[in-house]
Design a binder for this molecule. Structure first.
Ligand code: ATP
Length: 274
């Protein structure tokens, strides 16, 4: 299976020294939230370092309040870091101009959220076409790309349905289709199974695995759920705003699941995993 993209997004601007295979490098990332009225500060990330290689499928886990959402928000550009660096495809995000950054993110990142975030006034096909339309692609290029990704994800029969006319699992598949239709360098997923029943969750995670193994999509997923994490190749646990430990999947999924449970039990020692 070939990637869905029409043309591979070329990195903009200058290339810098980052490992050849690193899609994402997070260096010494710190985020301090401040409340101007009360003067209270909360340090959510404390010099976090993380590298994600091309073709990896990484789960980020950790206790409630450990900084997972903060990390994802910074990667997605929804918030800015207090200090530290985020490099995507060898580009330092902090050194890019606002307009270039928005374009770079749109081309290089794909997002899947817990609550799907589809536009209700657009059909599934139109939702999935959005990243390509925004990028100025022509209709005759967009349609085959949309159909290809929808068929890969098993939702092509819902092309002309609106989000409220399909199930939650089908909506989430459409959200995944929209996130990968432009063949992003990195797919970011925030609790993607959080609103799905267990059968739809399994189906979605199997899709993630298939995207990762067949097309080589690099995935970074935040999850509380050890079973979801057992579908990935690597688990990185975060505690108190820093990387606590890592597990690499070497054996079968069941054994990995058990390793993840053990890791969470260890983490729970002081905080309790949400
Ligand atoms: N806007 C904010 N203002 C102040 N403090 C915040 C803000 N957002 C998060 N925090 C604090 O930063 C820390 C990390 O929060 P974050 O939401 O990143 O954790 P999390 O690991 O995603 O938690 P959960 O699993 O419960 O979603 C917490 O102590 C939290 O209270």
């Amino acid at each position: 299976m070939q990637p869905f993209h029409l043309t591979q997004a070329a990195p903009h601007g200058q290339m810098h020294a980052a490992p050849q295979n690193a899609v994402l490098q997070v260096r010494n990332l710190t985020k301090v939230y401040g409340n101007a009225r009360t003067g209270v500060q909360a340090t959510a990330l404390k010099g976090l370092n993380l590298t994600v290689e091309r073709g990896d499928f990484v789960s980020i886990m950790g206790p409630s309040g450990s900084g997972k959402s903060t990390l994802l928000n910074l990667l997605a550009g929804l918030d800015t870091a207090s200090s530290g660096e985020i490099w995507v495809q060898g580009q330092n995000m902090a050194s890019m101009r606002q307009n270039d950054l928005a374009l770079f993110r749109r081309r290089n990142l794909g997002f899947v959220f817990q609550d799907f975030n589809l536009l209700d006034t657009l059909t599934l096909g139109e939702n999935i076409a959005l990243p390509l339309s925004l990028d100025g692609k022509k209709n005759q290029e967009i349609r085959p790309a949309v159909l290809k990704v929808m068929s890969f994800l098993g939702i092509n029969e819902y092309l002309n349905r609106y989000p409220y006319e399909v199930s939650g699992g089908q909506q989430q598949r459409a959200a995944v289709a929209r996130a990968v239709v432009h063949n992003p360098s990195l797919l970011l997923a925030d609790e993607p199974t959080g609103n799905l029943d267990s059968a739809s969750s399994r189906a979605l995670l199997e899709l993630f695995q298939r995207l990762n193994q067949t097309i080589g999509t690099t995935i970074l997923m935040v999850t509380h759920d050890p079973l979801s994490a057992s579908y990935s190749r690597r688990v990185v646990s975060i505690k108190d705003g820093q990387v606590h430990s890592e597990l690499q999947r070497s054996a079968d999924q069941q054994a990995f699941f058990q390793q993840i449970l053990n890791l969470l039990a260890q983490l729970e020692g002081s905080h309790g995993v949400a």
